[in-house]
Design a protein around this ligand. Structure first.
Ligand code: TAP
Length: 483
């Protein structure tokens, strides 16, 4: 069977030790997707050499020249939309509609970031001497490492790579092992656009080995990571040794507050979209619902009726509304949390089991699960589950709802459902989250707004939107004596 290789200095090359790892379809673990180069530290060194050697050549191109390459990549991405969606579904498990949604979001973000990269504005500042002009310029960092997760394998990679490249950096991509094929196909688009060799390098393999090698290297000049808080903390500790600038987009435990004046039908639809799309594997998934006590049971019954109707199945089947979770480890984690919830005394409203009959028998399927009577002290209320499990908590009033919603170490996204504008505005001010929504799902986002979390959900300049390019540049101050 073919082994998918690293892309270093414009060539597809085996890892130096020629070892490989396998990837399997989470919809049916008997389906082997492919074998992938299992890289070691030496392979990272080769990529770093290539990226450093190419940096000067790429950085002196004008932003317009850089944008011409990236516009070609964008065009090829549009052409490969259907074939790429099939690959994302095969690796990640999400439905084809969800994979297409990811690609379309990536296309919009890319269009925005290419244009944003043409606006690398500095400042002109009057100096304190006649004949001296003060200027600031935005300059690239150098070689940037991009480490990505498996849940949005295409969009997250492009969200980092495009602004990094537009700013004049060279990039080394280390994708999640579970979605290596999407990364290979993505890099093929850059190759097809004839981007100069070494501008973009791809290294496949285990994060604990090669991801660590990137975060400890003194020859990397910036590191943008999206993934778990646990790994983010390790990266931050390693990066500190070299004062390596980091941008960390991490986990979440996102709350939706339902006040008694909310439109319960609309609120339930938004909560279900937020909680069960992509099998709950969005960093911005709705994970906790805090409901005012007067409507608590009524709202739970509405949710139960709708959630029990969700069709679970292979992502490549048209009727499927929720696919499997992404792989065996993820399946184990989610099932563990369901057991923890039961042991802690939460009440199961629906789901709570792995689906194993007939065509599900070799896949990683979890029934969409709702727990009620969840208390703030329970682990399922505090820790990120990252699967189709929703925790419902009761509160006495609006003030208590905000306290409960803020009571986690995370601060990525939040929502409130109410018709009371005054309460909505108070919530916007008090919610400790980087993104917040009124009468919309926690997972909603648009390409031109920044995206980043507070507390343990992230650190560094937010990605995307107007600030998307800022992490990848440094300011240089210039004093120009023209006399
Ligand atoms: P992680 O296990 O943290 O893995 C993310 C990436 O880091 C993978 O490429 C992984 O490689 C690599 N990695 C693992 N150990 C490493 C180390 N010691 N040093 C450097 N890199 C290392 O996360 P995941 O399971 O792929 O993704 C799910 C998590 O991502 C969730 O917590 C979710 O909330 C978060 N997420 C956050 C956001 C935002 S924007 N906040 C968006 C999407 C996802 P391997 O795959 O080879 O292990």
């Amino acid at each position: 069977m073919r082994i998918y290789k690293n892309y270093v200095n414009g060539k597809w090359v085996h890892a130096l030790r020629e070892e490989a790892f396998e990837e399997r379809n989470p919809a049916n673990l008997n389906e082997l997707i492919g074998l992938f180069s299992s890289s070691q530290k030496e392979d990272i060194e080769a990529a770093i050499n290539s990226s450093n050697d190419t940096f000067f050549k790429w950085s002196i191109k004008t932003p317009y020249e850089r944008s011409n390459y990236l516009k070609d990549v964008l065009e090829f991405l549009k052409q490969e939309r259907i074939s790429l969606s099939a690959i994302i579904t095969c690796e990640n498990g999400k439905t084809l509609k969800e994979s297409l949604g990811e690609i379309d979001a990536a296309i919009s973000e890319m269009e925005f970031q290419i244009h944003q990269g043409l606006r690398l504005f500095g400042n002109t500042i009057p100096a304190n001497r006649n004949s001296v002009l003060g200027l600031t310029l935005k300059v690239p960092l150098g070689v940037v490492a991009v480490i990505t997760p498996w849940n949005f394998p295409l969009n997250v990679a492009l969200r980092k790579m495009i602004p990094a490249l537009m700013a004049g950096n060279t990039v080394i991509l280390k994708p999640a092992s579970l979605t290596s094929l999407t990364a290979v196909k993505l890099i093929e688009l850059f190759e097809k656009a004839s981007i100069p060799s070494g501008t973009v390098n791809l290294v496949l393999g285990s994060g604990s080995l090669i991801g660590k090698a990137l975060s400890t290297s003194s020859r990397i000049h910036g590191l943008s990571f999206t993934g778990s808080t646990e790994v983010g903390l390790q990266i931050q500790a390693h990066a500190a040794r070299n004062l390596l600038p980091t941008q960390l987009e991490l986990g979440g435990k996102n709350p939706a507050i339902i006040l008694k004046d909310a439109d319960l039908e609309e609120a339930s639809n938004a909560v279900i979209t937020g909680a069960f799309s992509c099998a709950g594997q969005w960093c911005t998934s709705t994970s906790r619902v805090v409901v005012e006590k007067d409507i608590y049971e009524e709202f739970i019954q509405i949710l139960k009726r709708k959630v029990e109707d969700i069709t679970v199945g292979r992502g490549d089947r048209e009727q499927t509304q929720m696919g499997p979770v992404c792989g065996e480890r993820q399946l184990e984690t989610v099932l563990d949390y369901i057991h923890i919830g039961l042991k802690e005394g939460a009440t199961l409203v629906c789901g709570g089991n792995q689906i194993t009959d007939r065509e599900y028998s070799n896949g990683c399927y979890v029934a969409p699960t709702i727990f009620k009577d969840v208390k703030q002290t329970m682990r399922i209320a505090k820790e990120e589950i990252f699967g189709p499990v929703l925790c419902i908590m009761s509160c006495n009033d609006f003030e208590e709802a905000i306290t409960v919603a803020n009571n986690t170490p995370y601060g990525l996204s939040s929502s409130i459902f109410t018709k009371n504008i005054s309460n909505a505005m108070k919530f916007i001010n008090l919610t400790k989250a980087g993104l917040t929504h009124v009468n919309m799902p926690t997972a909603y986002k648009e390409p031109h707004l920044p995206f980043g979390g507070m507390k343990m959900s992230g650190i560094g300049i937010p990605e995307a939107g107007k600030t998307g390019i800022d992490f990848f540049t440094k300011n240089k101050s210039i004093y120009l004596n023209w006399n």
